[in-house]
Design a protein around this ligand. Structure first.
Ligand code: FES
Length: 110
């Protein structure tokens, strides 16, 4: 039975910041351009004063070749943003208005 516990954040965003050396066989989100996107995300969240949105940098989330990857909870929706405008859309649509950005959703399976 699921526990009904108070949530600290309305949305909690985890962003893979893993860096591996150039040429590494697994690649990495950082090698795929993650860091500027996560900086943009942080700036947008701070700039809009979204105190109910949590953001954390993580190590590898396990799907390296698909990166840069971020995942938004509690929905567990994975995104692969490519541009600063993608980040803006995720913030404005999903994090502010609870409407996921379908065109950027990644469905990842093991
Ligand atoms: S390096 Fe980001 S998912 Fe593995």
């Amino acid at each position: 039975m699921p526990l009904d516990v108070p949530q600290t954040f309305r949305h909690h965003v985890f962003c893979c910041a893993q860096q591996r050396p150039p040429g590494h066989p697994r690649g990495s989100c950082a090698a795929n351009g993650a860091h500027p996107l996560w900086q943009r995300l942080d700036q947008k969240i701070q700039g809009k004063g979204l105190a109910d949105i949590g953001m954390a940098m993580t190590g590898c989330l396990g799907f390296c070749s698909a990166g840069p990857l971020m995942v938004v909870y509690p929905e567990g929706i994975w995104y692969r943003p490519e541009t600063p405008e993608d980040i803006d859309e995720i913030v404005d649509s999903h994090l502010v208005n609870d409407a996921p950005v379908e065109r950027l959703v990644m469905v990842l399976t093991r």
